[in-house]
Design a protein around this ligand. Structure first.
Ligand SMILES: [Fe+2]
Length: 319
């Protein structure tokens, strides 16, 4: 499937007011205008797209959907057919939902461990329209995707890997330096970052662990770090550079309980040409000063919706 990368992320939030100040003041997001049919949700812009992050009112703080971007109409139609041929249950987004997401067309589907995904193309966009919520040099998103997400999954069956690699055409990037079962994947058309999505196996745990967002300069990593420290927001990992990516980043916890990794590239990522097996997570820094799993990672019953839990249950019965 000709997928560029992650186009948008949707969350449910029990505390939209916290996001309304945190988003622009800490992260530099622009508050977008909420669509007519979804006035109660909070939308953030990171670049010239209509939005990249959506927070919908909910009882639980959780990831609601991951929006993958097909290059265009033809690639979207081909991908939809491929899902159907593979027997994946696909729901076609109606005009009202497409309007809310600001896209031409979308489909909704679940991965083998119950996470909700969407595939879309043609999200609304206006050049030079992004106005950061505070002085900020901007995010790197545009045509390469908005960043990456790491999801903790209570089951890690082979079907999960084949769903992303064989069906969705993602590249397998490796297992990283973490202990336990982890896997990193990047979309077929992504040649600029090492991963778009990663899964970590956490028995009886589910939820989003962190979201990685790229900023255009080291200054924006440093200034965000200062703001986080000044506001005494909980930090997960201090400034550092990963062994597997030529990046500088730090991790702190958002009002949603998951961490944001604010990242800048020291040099462009290039395909390594072999599967990396790093001796350790980072070459310097990244001192773990908080929990590795925030409040966003809980039991599946607490985090997943009914359909997600039903998928997990069927998977367990099959095993
Ligand atoms: Fe990351």
């Amino acid at each position: 499937m000709d997928i560029i990368g992650m186009g948008y992320l949707g969350f449910e939030s029990s505390n939209l007011e916290a996001w309304r100040t945190y988003g622009p003041e800490v992260m530099g997001f622009q508050i977008g205008s909420s669509p007519e049919a979804d006035r109660d949700s909070l939308y953030f812009r990171l670049d010239d797209r209509r939005h990249r992050l959506a927070f919908h009112p909910g009882k639980v703080d959780r990831l609601a959907y991951v929006g993958w971007e097909a290059r265009g109409k033809l690639e979207f139609r081909a991908a939809t057919q491929k899902f159907r041929d593979a027997g994946v249950q696909v729901t076609v987004g109606d005009a009202a939902l497409c309007d809310i997401r600001g896209v031409k067309e979308l489909i909704r589907f679940r991965d083998p461990v119950g996470n909700q995904h969407e595939l879309f193309y043609g999200q609304k966009w206006m050049p030079r329209s992004f106005m950061p919520g505070r002085p900020h040099g901007g995010f790197v998103a545009d045509a390469r995707g908005m960043g990456h997400a790491v999801i903790i999954t209570p089951e890690f069956p082979p079907e999960l890997e084949s769903f992303f690699t064989e069906l969705m055409g993602f590249h397998y990037y490796g297992a990283g330096a973490g202990k336990g079962k982890t896997a990193f994947y990047r979309a077929k058309l992504n040649n600029e970052t090492s991963h778009d999505i990663a899964f970590g196996h956490g028995p009886n745990k589910a939820g989003i662990q962190h979201v990685g967002l790229f900023v255009k300069s080291l200054r924006d990593v440093g200034e965000t770090y200062d703001i986080v420290k000044k506001r005494q927001l909980p930090i997960m990992m201090t400034l550092g550079a990963h062994a597997q990516d030529p990046h500088v980043s730090f991790y702190h916890f958002s009002p949603g309980g998951f961490a944001f990794e604010v990242i800048t590239e020291l040099e462009p990522w290039h395909n390594d040409g072999f599967e990396l097996n790093p001796e350790k997570l980072s070459t310097w820094g990244h001192e773990l000063v908080g929990p590795i799993l925030g409040a966003s990672v809980r039991t599946p019953e607490e985090v997943l919706d009914e359909e997600g839990l039903a998928i997990l249950e069927r998977l367990r019965q099959k095993a």
